[in-house]
Design a protein around this ligand. Structure first.
Ligand code: DLZ
Length: 165
């Protein structure tokens, strides 16, 4: 079988993950793609030792809603240590792509800075549907896996930074 190749070098920290509580927000636009991202993220986190009960999955209508849903979750539940945002924005005939992609990227970054916890950008921004499926369990790997790996890396960085407080 052909080996699936992620675009980045993935390092998944696989120890001391049992106490992390992680929110996963999934956009329902292009849901075949985003469900594959979700599966990739869930499998990676569980294989790294995060218990199923510590993973809190929520759907939102589209990627535009990802930042506000991440903020809502962090506001509503102080136990959440990090949030992974998963979405798929595909270029259409109108200018929606640039507005949504820009707003989502800025919004997700802002939530992370405001709450000082990892808020991960697991959003595909593609020119074609084929580019998206290639990156959602296809020949270029799975961005959901990368998002989960980034999340665990950032959680350990956060833990080290806050250890002396
Ligand atoms: C409206 C819209 C369009 C045209 N395209 C996408 C897309 O490619 N990917 C995506 O995640 N969401 C899209 N949306 C929906 C918006 O993100 C949002 O849900 C609606 O504008 C309602 O706020």
């Amino acid at each position: 079988m052909e080996k699936k190749k992620n675009l980045s070098n993935i390092f998944v920290p696989n120890t001391d993950n049992a106490n992390f509580k992680i929110g996963i927000i999934v956009s329902m636009w292009n849901d075949q793609v985003t469900n594959a991202l979700k599966e990739g993220a869930l499998t990676t986190l569980e294989e790294a030792g995060v218990p199923k009960n510590n993973l809190f999955v929520y759907d939102v209508p589209g990627s535009f809603e990802l930042p506000s849903a991440a903020a809502m979750l962090l506001d509503a539940n102080e136990d959440i240590d990090a949030v992974i945002c998963l979405g798929c924005i595909i270029q259409g005939e109108t200018r929606h792509f640039e507005f949504i992609a820009q707003a989502v990227a800025n919004g997700i970054a802002k939530v992370g800075v405001e709450y000082t916890v990892p808020v991960i950008f697991g959003v595909l921004t593609c020119n074609t549907a084929e580019q998206a499926t290639d990156r959602a369990g296809g020949k270029l790997g799975n961005k959901g896996v990368e998002a989960a790996a980034s999340c665990l890396q950032m959680l350990h960085t956060h833990k080290r930074m806050y250890a002396k407080r």
